[in-house]
Design a protein around this ligand. Structure first.
Ligand code: MN
Length: 382
């Protein structure tokens, strides 16, 4: 029996991870879960999966959850960052699914790495902000990082075909989001509601807006650089609106492998949870003849500047990717609150980056200080 912790069990990845567990309940059990505000769903998850530990970020929500559980419930309820770290370090858990969204995922992920846990990485911020610092910790503590994100899972699977990792380039596919093919004039007037309509994937609000600005692809470029130890010049982003090819690798002999599948996140989640084994499931089979046509185009880097900012951030190095990430996190929140426009997201991100002098990352504190600096700096540009 395998035991796992799911940090962020009420979110899109978290609920799908639980669905994977549901399908393999004879092989995998949930030892710890965590959530933030969706107390009702946490209550249901506790009753169904009977974990040892459940962390609720907010203290009051934790009390509220306790009140609504049957008296005999054995699950221990903890709260706050301390509780989240306890779930990440939980002794029984061999795999930690880091499905919390945002910078909040950094500390618990580092804690799990230091305990030598296998990380099923779904929190983008970990590698975007921590980069080589996290990768070095993962090596030092023998804590493998298995990507959950569909693109990185695809690349990871393609790389398994070549032990020497003789890579020419990585082909990172992007759906293009809801505004593919649109120009700046059009984007000036788009609303929050428009941005939240993703053509292929159903996801949380933050990542859906990031898909619309192409920042999501930018963050994935940064992640791929660190996760696979390749140069940014070796990453080619291509727009592939059908989201069937999840990414690929061209090797030095110009042979290219790609991983295909229907856009169902349970496939990469299941792969990460059972790696290196393949497990059966009852998901829908991919029919290429039903789909008929797969198309590809170059991304419009001028209109969707967030993607080019990601390459710029990698070039600048040090804390710059963390600053871009934090600035973007703040800007997306402002956009969702209808305080700034869609195009402001990229414009403010650019201004914040221009006013930052990157520092080398030697601790989590350096990252968190860069984040704090960014929050203050974003305010100047609203
Ligand atoms: Mn992705």
């Amino acid at each position: 029996m395998k035991y796992i912790s799911i940090l962020g069990s009420t979110g899109s990845i978290g609920t799908q991870a639980l669905d994977v567990v549901r399908g393999h309940s004879d092989k995998i059990k949930v030892a710890a879960i965590s959530g933030n505000t969706n107390i009702e769903l946490l209550r249901k998850q506790i009753l169904e999966f009977n974990p040892d530990l459940c962390c609720v970020m907010d203290d009051n929500n934790a009390l509220e959850l306790k009140k609504h559980l049957p008296p005999h419930t054995r699950t221990e309820i903890v709260s706050g960052m301390e509780g989240l770290i306890a779930a990440a370090e939980y002794e029984k858990s061999q795999i930690i699914v880091t499905a919390v969204s945002g910078m909040i995922g950094l500390k618990p992920t580092v804690a799990a790495v230091k305990k030598g846990k296998t990380i099923a990485l779904a929190n983008k911020e970990t590698l975007v902000t921590g980069g080589n610092y996290i990768m070095n910790l993962s090596k030092k503590y023998k804590a493998p990082i298995i990507p959950v994100d569909s693109e990185h899972s695809a690349i990871f699977q393609c790389l398994m075909a070549n032990e020497n990792k003789a890579v020419n380039k990585i082909i990172l596919t992007a759906s293009g989001g809801p505004f593919r093919g649109k120009d700046k004039e059009f984007l000036k007037t788009v609303t929050v509601e428009d941005a939240l309509k993703h053509p292929n994937w159903s996801m949380g609000k933050k990542i859906t807006v990031d898909s619309a600005t192409l920042m999501n692809k930018g963050l994935e470029v940064i992640e791929a650089k660190f996760l696979f130890g390749i140069d940014p010049e070796q990453i080619e982003v291509i727009v592939h609106p059908q989201s069937i090819i999840h990414s690929g690798v061209e090797f030095i002999d110009h042979s290219t492998l790609a991983q295909l599948g229907l856009p169902d996140m349970r496939i990469p989640i299941q792969f990460a949870l059972f790696y290196p084994n393949r497990m059966e499931n009852n998901y829908k089979s991919l029919s290429l003849t039903d789909i008929g046509t797969l198309t590809f185009e170059k991304p419009d880097l001028k209109t969707f500047k967030c993607l080019s900012l990601a390459f710029e951030a990698l070039k600048a190095g040090g804390t710059m990717p963390a600053v871009l990430n934090a600035s973007n996190e703040a800007c997306v929140k402002l956009f969702l609150d209808k305080k700034i426009s869609f195009l402001d997201i990229g414009n403010i991100n650019e201004k914040v980056m221009l006013s930052h002098s990157p520092l080398e990352i030697d601790s989590i504190e350096t990252i968190l200080e860069a984040e704090e600096w960014t929050k203050q700096t974003v305010k100047k540009y609203i």
